[in-house]
Design a protein around this ligand. Structure first.
Ligand SMILES: [Zn+2]
Length: 288
């Protein structure tokens, strides 16, 4: 099978390449042991709703895509090497310490354009638009806000960038899934449901042993529901209701500890605060 990927390079051109799975077999132990597994991972990540590039990551910090030392663009496995997508150089990478994974997004619809081209959307989206209305085009903050959204077929999608890196023992263990810490600033929501913070990134998936699911399935089962909670938090925050909801939740559950309550909301399905939180979300937002 050949897998095409493409991206706009740092110099603004669209570049297309084919993932070199033979090269990955020669360099990445888990791919060598289970080559068809890599095929299945790539196919699953090509499904609608996902948008991801297969990249080479540094093991030193885990969360950063390797960048080309010559031009700063990303390094992808193509043409028999780990190669810069823009200038085609093959930086001297320490392959044995590098890992592969996807950088991209999982899309959630948060609004649409009406017949006049105006935005109708969730409260947090409307609030973000208000915050950026007075900023001039080209303003860095405005561009940063815009980088989280995509408009396609008159629908507005929330597309926060995440990285999902395969561990060395894959398919055993958990992928390392990270969001940028600034994600929480954009949504103006509390830091919760995270398991580690490494400077610029937050780990959003707990490390558990014994997983065998495809990465795309793990993102669907565990990361998409997490985004749903984040967006409910953001909606409540945008309407000045978040504090009221969390105080009500604390009183209902008899837990006067904000972080405990938040973590319990994010431990969806296990115990605790998720179901009451979604009920209170519906109650409070229907009043406004
Ligand atoms: Zn380069």
């Amino acid at each position: 099978m050949s897998y095409e990927q493409n991206k706009i390079t740092v110099s603004g051109e669209t570049r297309q390449w084919t993932i070199d799975t033979a090269f990955l077999r020669s360099k990445v132990p888990w791919v060598r042991e289970a080559p068809d597994r890599l095929d299945r991972e790539i196919l699953a990540m090509s499904e609608p709703g996902f948008d991801g590039l297969l990249l080479v990551f540094s093991d030193a910090d885990g969360t950063y895509a390797r960048l080309c030392p010559y031009c700063g663009d990303i390094i992808v496995p193509c043409q028999s090497d780990a190669r810069c997508v823009s200038c085609h150089q093959t930086p001297d990478l320490r392959y044995h310490t590098d890992r592969i994974g996807f950088a991209g997004s999982v899309a959630t619809q948060v609004g649409q354009l009406d017949d006049f081209g105006d935005t109708e959307g969730r409260p947090f989206l409307e609030s973000l638009i208000q915050r950026t209305l007075d900023l001039p085009d080209g303003d860095r903050l405005k561009s940063w806000y815009h980088s989280y959204f995509l408009t396609r077929d008159n629908r507005i999608w929330f597309v926060p960038q995440l990285v999902a890196i395969f561990p060395d023992a894959w398919p055993e263990g958990s992928p390392d899934v990270y969001l940028r810490s600034t994600y929480f600033d954009l949504l103006a929501i509390p830091h919760a449901g995270i398991f580690d913070t490494s400077g610029t990134h937050c780990r959003i998936l707990e490390k558990v042993p014994g997983n065998q699911d495809l990465l795309a399935q793990i993102l669907l089962d565990q990361v998409v529901p997490r985004f749903a909670i984040d967006l409910m938090m953001a909606d409540l925050g945008a309407q000045d209701l978040l504090d009221d909801v969390l105080i009500t939740l604390e009183n209902e559950l008899g837990i006067q500890d904000r972080q405990k309550i938040l973590d319990s909301v994010y431990r969806k399905g296990k115990t605790g605060a998720y179901d009451p939180f979604t009920r209170l979300y519906r109650q409070f937002t229907s009043r406004t």
